[in-house]
Structure formats: C-alpha cells, structure tokens
Ligand binder design. Structure first.
Ligand code: MN
Length: 309
C-alpha cells in the first residue's frame, strides 16, 4: 500500500473549512469544498504515522485524496505534490507557524466503526479528548525557553528525553501528558478502519508475530489479556524492542513507549473515555470490539517503516 515515508512532508494547517467539511454528519463525503483560508504547512509525520490513505476503507476519499481533488488555485499553488518536497513558500510559512501541532481529521466517518465503536464515542474521543491534548500541547510548548518541536519526529525525540530536556517540572509534565496524548491518539485513530483488513501472512509483522508468539491467535490472546488487566488509564502497545524483536507492553496515562526506549507499532487506548459511553464497565467487550476494527496492513506499514538496519 502506498504510504508516506517518514521524511515526506505533508499536511495542511489552518484550513478549517476543509477539515470540518471532510465528512458530513451523515457519513457522506462532502464534495463542495470551500477555499482554504490560510496556509499550507508541513506536518511531518514520524515513521509510525501513516494514517492517510488515498481512499478510506469504506470508500470515501481520504484527506490526501481530497487535497488532490481540490481545484482551488491558492491551494494548489502552495500544496506540494504528496511525494514532492515542500514548496519553499510553504516551508517558509511553516517556519513561522506559532502553534505547531494540529488535530488531524479522522480518516473515516465517525460512524464508520459501528457497531464496534459508536459514533458518539468517536466524536467525543476525537473532537473532544484528542483536540484537547493538541490544544494543551501547543500551550505547553509555547512555554519552552528554546525552539519547540515542530514535527512529530521532533516531538517524539523530546518525549524520549523529557527528564533532561525540560527543566521546569510543570512544563515537563504538561508536555509529557499532552505530547503523549497527541502522539498516542494520532497513531490510535490511524490504525482503525470501517472495513479493516487482516494481516497477510507474508508480511514482516506477521512473521515477527509468528516468531515471538507462535501464532496470530496466541498473540491476540496475549495482547488482549494485557489490555484487559491494565489498571487505570493508559495504553497497551505492540512495540518494537530491537531489530527483529517485538513485545507487548502497558503504559500509564498518556505515556508512550519511546519514553522507555521502545518503538510503538500498535496502540490500544485503554482509557475509559474510549469505551465507557458504549460498554459501561465491560472493558473486555470494548477490547474485543476494538480488535475487530484494527486495520492490520496499516500496522504492518508502521512496523516496516520503523525497521532498523
Ligand atoms: Mn483516548
């Protein structure tokens, strides 16, 4: 599947008319897009974030495809081809951007994951919780004495070195919670799909799982077991721990495995806000439902993109 490479600049900022009209409330793709109001900048995604597809699994155009469809002259003048370097003008604008991180739109409709995850949860989770992490992250980064991270890759590096990189404890905690919240949710929402696909047996991830756990079923049991027993709020992860090794780990709050030297491959949000509206205290039911909407080729793309030589 075509995917952005870690170095591929992409993304649009401050084009709320586009982002808000990506999908209409009834799930139909919006076709009467309006002219973007401001600028296009680079939103560099780290190797773990390749959530944009030409077409979403339920057939609707993704943000990337939508951008390609736009006929607005002002947009096309600024927007680089998805596989081309960022235009000098857009790069210059990006360098002056004050709030570096933005809420990525869902790559599918709110109701796309039903009945497994309800539209009500998706709206609250994406538009409420995820949006709040982004907003608070930008507020926290504005308090850093030096130049703040401006890309996902730079933010991940900061998260991996928080204790030495940020002296002020309050700012460090805010970056930890909200930077983790941004990174974690960006990966989480990108790895689900309305028409999720299985993991082909010939993929690198399937082979790594077979080596480590013996079978995909055994891996599933192990993963859901750890997710079920995670106490309190946090995430359960499939991580890369080395060149060819993987593991399943839990993290508390919005911590990310990079804070422990591991590379996240698949993230499962185990906070109550991810399921309680729909499942009440039946956390295991949510986890089983979530498993059914994981789009495994996307997870494999993350795995292969994080390979080390
Ligand atoms: Mn969440």
């Amino acid at each position: 599947m075509a995917a952005f490479t870690p170095s591929t600049p992409m993304g649009v900022r401050h084009v709320p008319t586009i982002e808000k009209s990506h999908y209409s409330g009834n799930g139909a793709a919006t076709t009467s897009w309006t002219k973007p109001s401001t600028l296009v900048t680079a939103t560099s995604t780290g190797p773990m974030f390749m959530n944009l597809r030409n077409t979403s699994p339920d057939g609707r155009p993704s943000r990337r495809a939508f951008l390609a469809l736009s006929s607005t002259a002002a947009l096309t003048a600024l927007l680089p081809h998805p596989l081309s370097p960022l235009s000098p003008l857009a790069a210059a604008l990006a360098a002056t951007e004050a709030a570096p991180f933005e809420l990525p739109p869902l790559p599918y409709a709110y109701e796309a994951l039903e009945p497994h995850i309800s539209a009500q949860i998706m709206r609250a989770h994406h538009d409420g919780h995820f949006a709040a992490y982004v907003e608070k992250l930008n507020l926290a980064l504005a308090k850093l004495p030096g130049a703040p991270p401006r890309t996902d890759g730079e933010l991940v590096k900061l998260l991996a070195t928080l204790d030495t990189a940020i002296g002020d404890k309050a700012v460090r905690t805010a970056v930890r919670n909200n930077g983790g919240g941004y990174i974690n949710h960006k990966l989480f929402f990108s790895q689900m799909a309305g028409k999720p696909r299985a993991l082909p047996a010939d993929t690198a991830l399937a082979q790594a799982i077979a080596r480590k756990y013996g079978s995909f079923d055994a891996f599933q049991t192990e993963f859901l077991g750890k997710a079920t027993t995670l106490f309190g709020s946090g995430f359960t992860w499939l991580v890369r721990t080395g060149r060819n090794d993987i593991d399943i780990v839990q993290t508390a709050n919005q911590d990310n495995p990079v804070m422990s030297g591991m590379t996240p491959i698949l993230g499962c949000d185990c906070w109550e806000h991810a399921w309680y509206y729909q499942y009440g205290p039946a956390k295991k039911q949510y986890l089983v439902a979530w498993w059914k909407v994981v789009d495994w080729p996307v997870v494999n793309d993350v795995f292969t993109s994080t390979a080390t030589s």
